[in-house]
Design a protein around this ligand. Sequence first.
Ligand SMILES: O=P(O)(O)OC[C@H]1O[C@H](OP(=O)(O)OP(=O)(O)O)[C@H](O)[C@@H]1O
Ligand code: HPA
Ligand SMILES: [Mg+2]
Length: 169
Amino acid sequence: MSPDHRLPHEKGFHISWDQIHRDSRALAWRLDGHGPENGAWRAVVGITRGGLVPAMIVSRELDVRVVDTISVKSYSHQSRSEAVVTKAPQADLMGDGEGILIVDDLVDSGKTIELVRKMYPKAHFATVYAKPQGRPQVDTFITEVSQDTWIFFPWDMALQYVQPFRGTD
Ligand SMILES: O=P(O)(O)OC[C@H]1O[C@H](OP(=O)(O)OP(=O)(O)O)[C@H](O)[C@@H]1O
Ligand code: HPA
Ligand SMILES: [Mg+2]
């Protein structure tokens, strides 16, 4: 994608599979022992689709075997539209969210988590990455990036050839 297509984001932060794995593990370790039932979490819920990778890694690290999903759609390419829930997790599992760890890959404007938090006010919200505008919406995160940075995840990228810095004749 050309830089023009990335505007209005000034910068790109490109994350490899290895990096998201390490950062998701760091998130799990930070959350370990902080659940309400003897430190344990009742369930991990991933916000689709980006939250599914960190949710899987967190649930694996914390040995949580109950994993569910909530589907929220809010972005089409890089433009934001109204966030809508297109699939909810199991109602009897969720209750008001007490003991539930809800995981997403990142928080940007905070609108996605704001919507989910209204549904489950007692849940704990965790993201791997956070931008300043959405930061107040998350309880735990690992790395902050500036608001004008677009985060590129490994599932949206592919290895490709790049020209040498000095070019060729
Ligand atoms: O804090 P916000 O401004 O709401 O943005 C953050 C959300 O946007 C992205 O999801 P997206 O809606 O693009 O869907 P996807 O996870 O299926 O790619 C990202 O994965 C977060 O869920
Ligand atoms: O920076 C971002 N990267 C990928 N998806 C996103 N959805 C909102 N912000 C971002
Ligand atoms: Mg998402």
